[in-house]
Write a protein that binds this ligand. Structure first.
Ligand SMILES: CC(C)NC(=O)[C@H](Cc1c[nH]c2ccccc12)NC(=O)[C@H](CCCC/N=C(/NCCC(=O)O)S[C@H]1O[C@H](COP(=O)(O)OP(=O)(O)OC[C@H]2O[C@@H](n3cnc4c(N)ncnc43)[C@H](O)[C@@H]2O)[C@@H](O)[C@H]1O)NC(=O)OCc1ccccc1
Length: 248
C-alpha cells in the first residue's frame, strides 16, 4: 500500500511514536469490534449495557457467558499483520503502545503494551474480594446464553473478567503511564491512532492531548471517526494493510 509522502516522512522523522489502538486493530484477526460484537445471542444487547457493573449485579451468568465466548474467541485467533508490524517497528524505534483492547494480541505479536486502559479479558478476579483467579475457567466453544462464573477460592464470590466496565474507573497505573507517555511527546513526534471510533472516554481524549504536545497525529481507520478532524493525516485503510507499509 502506498502511503502519502508526508505520512512516511513524519513516521521516519519521529523520535518517539505513541500508538493508541482500539477494536479495529484486532478486527482482521477475527475479533469483532465493539460496535459489531453483537453477533448471534447478544445482537439485541447494547455492549455498553452488557459491560456494566449493573448488568453483572443483575445476572452474572448472562454477562459471564458473553465474556466466556469472547475469551474463547480471542484464544482461537492470532495477531494480524498490523500487530506484527508494530512489534517489528518497536525493535528499532522508540514505540509506546497503549490500547483500549482487552485481548492479548499485541503481546502475542511480540509487543510490550505500556497500558491496557480497559483491562484484560485474560485476567480474571473475584468480583467481591478482588483475589486474582488463576484457575482455568470453563469456557464454551459455542455462544451460550448463560454460564455460571467460576468461584473464588478465597471468599466463594463470583469470578469476573478483569476488564473495565462502563462507569468503572480505569486502572490508575494505566492512566498514569498513558498520560506520562503523552506529556513526553514533543513536536516532530508521532501519535498513531489505529482502529478506534473515538467515542469512549477518557481514551477518546488522548489524541487531542498528544496534539496539544505538538505531536503529529495520524489516524488509521477505514472510515471517518469523531477523531478525524483533529488529525494531521487520516489514512483510510485497515490496520493489517496500512501498518506494514508504514514501518517498511
Ligand atoms: C459510550 C461512552 C459515551 N461512555 C463513556 O465514555 C463512559 C462514560 C464517560 C466517562 N467520561 C465521559 C465523557 C463524555 C461522555 C461519557 C463519558 N466511560 C466510562 O464509563 C469509562 C470506562 C470506559 C471503558 C469501558 N470498557 C470498555 N471495554 C472493556 C469492557 C469490554 O470490552 O467488554 S470500552 C470498549 O468500547 C470501546 C470501543 O471503542 P473502539 O475500540 O473504538 O471500538 P469500536 O467498535 O467503537 O470502533 C472500532 C473502530 O475500528 C474501525 N475499524 C474496523 N475495522 C478496522 C480495521 N480492520 N482496521 C482499522 N480500523 C478498523 C471502525 O471503523 C471503528 O472506527 C473500546 O474501548 C472497548 O474497550 N469509565 C470512566 O470514565 O470512569 C469514571 C467515570 C465514570 C462514570 C461517569 C464519569 C466518569
Amino acid at each position: 500500500m502506498d502511503l502519502p509522502g508526508p505520512v512516511v516522512a513524519a513516521v521516519r522523522g519521529a523520535r518517539r511514536i505513541l500508538v493508541l489502538t482500539g477494536a479495529g486493530m484486532s478486527a482482521e484477526s477475527g475479533v469483532p469490534t465493539f460496535r459489531d460484537a453483537q453477533s448471534g445471542l447478544w445482537e439485541n444487547f447494547d455492549p455498553s449495557q452488557l459491560a456494566t457493573p449493573d448488568a453483572w449485579a443483575d445476572d452474572p451468568p448472562f454477562v459471564w457467558a458473553w465474556y466466556a465466548w469472547r475469551l474463547h474467541l480471542v484464544r482461537d485467533v492470532a495477531p494480524n499483520a498490523g500487530h506484527r508490524a508494530l512489534a517489528e517497528l518497536a525493535t528499532h524505534r522508540d514505540v509506546t503502545i497503549v490500547t483500549q483492547n482487552v485481548d492479548d494480541l499485541h503481546e502475542r505479536a511480540g509487543s510490550e503494551v505500556a497500558a491496557h486502559l480497559h483491562g484484560s479479558l485474560t485476567e480474571l478476579r473475584c468480583a467481591d474480594c478482588h483475589e486474582p483467579y488463576d484457575g482455568e475457567p470453563t469456557l464454551s466453544p459455542e455462544p451460550v446464553k448463560r454460564l455460571d462464573p467460576e468461584t473464588c477460592a478465597a471468599c466463594g464470590g463470583d469470578v469476573r473478567p478483569g476488564v473495565v466496565w462502563f462507569g468503572e474507573m480505569l486502572p490508575e497505573a494505566a492512566v498514569a503511564t498513558t498520560e506520562a507517555a503523552i506529556e513526553a511527546l514533543e513536536p516532530g513526534d508521532v501519535c498513531l491512532v489505529v482502529g478506534t471510533s473515538g467515542i469512549v472516554f477518557p481514551a477518546a481524549g488522548y489524541p487531542a492531548m498528544a496534539l496539544a504536545e505538538g505531536a503529529t497525529v495520524i489516524e488509521v481507520n477505514p472510515v471517518d471517526t469523531d477523531i478525524t478532524d483533529m488529525c494531521h493525516h487520516a489514512i483510510r485503510g485497515t490496520a493489517a494493510n496500512v501498518l506494514p507499509a508504514l514501518v517498511s
